[in-house]
Write a protein of this length. Structure first.
Length: 366
């Protein structure tokens, strides 16, 4: 790394880059990266590699060794003060002899929430907080939401043509998106706690919803199915041995259908009904109780519309393929009744676009 006069943001950017490596492996813990800097050069770095393993700070301290004394520690999240699967990080930082700690953001966990920074100050260590805070908040948005609201972060994903179609009028959708885009979706599945679809999509596409090849996590597959219509011969049911299946249904579902799915190994989750379907707010509350951090919502259009109307979606990933399908009866990614006027449309707070294979990927934060 460069020498004296380096912008401190360079070091924090590296800490955030390291933190990203833990995605899908550390949840429900946060992703954290740490960098030890002495005389303007990185002399050690580390990240939280998996749930239950040492945190980023002790990993970076171990890498830097005696070079920690008098050095600066850049860390993407406030160091912890409480015992969990591992000891607290603050005492290790103090013992290592750092003269300065720069944290990107305060830990929202009530067990910490500024206490780590205060203990460092009391130990005579100079403390700064807020460098690249927005980037750190976005990186750990799922952790922040689960910690502060008890709810999982929900990403709605769809692939569509230039004219906004997700399938032809006869239901054919293979393949709208390019192979690299589909590979990315499998990566996203392997980092999520759950993949959610509506029963209409399950009946029309008979999907597996597994990550291929397997990722860091084996996501639970959830079908919102108020009448328990999912066939026992579907791929989702037949592959329960490979990945868990949860059928989120209501009391309106016939008991014999629920029993048949349960007999095959599916978990039957009976929830309140809302707007003719399963209450998605109740579903997210239940998943939050299970400490699920990130849910990938993969459609279809009616479920996406219901999720947006319920206010449970945090981010949209829209893969746009350079194709025109047409058809007034062709499927679209968000159906339902929609808003009455454009002024009522839901607007993204921020968005970005990049190319993935032949497609454009629009990432929009709601």
């Amino acid at each position: 790394m460069a020498g004296e006069g380096v912008d401190p943001a360079v070091f924090m950017s590296r800490a955030l880059e390291l933190a990203e490596r833990g995605r899908g492996r550390v949840e429900p813990n946060p992703m954290v990266g740490a960098v030890v800097v002495r005389n303007g050069r990185i002399v050690g770095e580390g990240f939280h590699e998996r749930f239950g393993a040492p945190h980023a700070e002790p990993n970076a301290i171990a890498a830097a060794g005696d070079a920690c004394r008098g050095a600066t520690l850049y860390v993407s999240l406030e160091p912890c003060t409480h015992y969990g699967k591992t000891p607290p990080c603050v005492p290790a930082i103090v013992a290592a002899g750092f003269s300065r700690v720069v944290a990107a953001m305060v830990d929202p966990d009530p067990r910490n929430q500024g206490r780590g920074l205060e203990q460092l100050r009391q130990a005579g260590i100079e403390v700064e907080v807020g460098l690249l805070e927005a980037a750190a908040q976005r990186l750990n948005a799922p952790f922040v939401k689960l910690t502060t609201r008890g709810l999982p972060y929900v990403t709605a994903k769809w692939a569509m043509s230039l004219d906004g179609k997700t399938a032809t009028r006869l239901g054919d959708s293979r393949w709208i998106s390019s192979a690299p885009a589909r590979e990315l979706v499998h990566t996203l599945r392997g980092q999520a706690d759950a993949v959610l679809i509506g029963v209409g999509t399950a009946l029309a596409d008979d999907p597996l919803l597994t990550a291929r090849p397997p990722g860091a996590r084996v996501p639970a597959r959830i079908v919102a199915d108020d009448q328990a219509r999912l066939p026992i011969y579907s791929q989702l049911v037949q592959t329960i041995g490979e990945a868990p299946l949860i059928v989120a249904t209501t009391e309106a579902a016939p008991r014999e259908r629920r029993a048949a799915l349960a007999a095959k190994g599916a978990e039957i989750l009976v929830l309140p009904a809302q707007r003719g379907g399963v209450s998605l707010r109740a579903l997210m509350a239940e998943l939050g109780l299970r400490r699920m951090t990130h849910v990938l919502l993969e459609g279809g259009g009616e479920l996406c519309a219901a999720a947006l109307a319920a206010g449970v979606v945090d981010k949209v990933l829209a893969f746009v393929a350079p194709k025109v399908i047409g058809g007034r009866d062709a499927r679209t990614p968000v159906e339902g009744d929609g808003v009455v006027t454009v002024a009522q449309a839901l607007e993204a707070r921020d968005w970005s676009v990049r190319r993935v294979g032949d497609d454009a990927l629009i990432e929009a934060w709601l």
